[in-house]
Design a protein around this ligand. Sequence first.
Ligand code: SAH
Length: 349
Amino acid sequence: MDKKDIVSMNLGELKEEIKALGESAFRAGQIYAWLHKSAVTDFYEMTNISKQLREKLANNFDIYGCTIEKKLVSVYDNTVKYLFRLHDGEFIESVVMKYKYGYTICVSSQVGCKMGCKFCASTKAGFVRNLYPSEILGQIYAAQRDLNIRISHVVLMGVGEPMDNFDNVMRFLELVSDENGVNIGMRNISLSTCGVVDGIYKLLEKKLQLTLSISLHAPNDEIRSRTMPVNSKWNIDTLLKACRKYAAETSRRISFEYAMISGVNDSDECAGELAQRLKGMLCHVNLIPVNEVEGTGCKKSSPERLKRFISILEAKGITATVRRTLGSDINASCGQLRIKHKDGGSTQK
Ligand code: SAH
């Protein structure tokens, strides 16, 4: 029988488990701190717990986490990209970036992705499985330990669609923001979705103070359906209706991601149409020159195009910025490293 995933448990659940082992619930608090504050990878590191209890723990539970399979450091900006190995031999990616306000980690939520966006590398090798809460947390713990830093911000913008792993992502958010653990505040967390509208409504019910990011990437259904299959289930009107409700009820500004693909979604008309659709919403547009993933045929828009696109948005009252590109020499965009590793890593430096 598989052992239980102890890192995915909240303190209440852990107390019940410890009581069931015939131990005092008080121990649960100590164990929880070892797992989430000290981020130990082995029960034998829990030095204030008796040897006997440590053995019981090891017999009943596993500490699922991430081990570093590969690490790449950008020579330009010290961005670090990890390829992590999971307990079952699957691989996921995370990226750590340094900003003025601290370290941000971009974490994966699934092994692979089902969403099929044409420009994205994460989806190319298909979907394997959801990550457990412990494995999403494990990316933060492993990176902090390796770099000897404290990470202050988290973006769920790695491989996978967080709304497609909703319950595990919610548990991850509960644990990561817990003051008895790594204690990263909700306001420092962003969750990105390609537009899974029922997930947006479910998230709204939770009334969390995180930032919702929407991968919009097109101003109309014709273009969006060509690049993002999710649009045939929830079109732009349906998506933006949910976003307006979300912004109004949480008073949190929504961040729209817009990857600029030359000749596809970057014309002046597209900018005008986008501004029209977002009018009056508490939001911000993040433009990203598309990362040219092999085999997608997507080419970056020119810097002049980006400038012009922004000026049109701003003239119509929509705030927009161009996202700074970090780690361009290490394939920092999600999904790219995992695919190369699966192919045998032949193209990786
Ligand atoms: N599935 C979620 C979480 C992934 S976030 C989502 O789609 O939002 C990763 C972000 O990078 C998304 O905005 C995604 O659309 C974007 N992205 C994917 N491939 C890209 C590429 N080649 N260039 C620029 N952005 C890309």
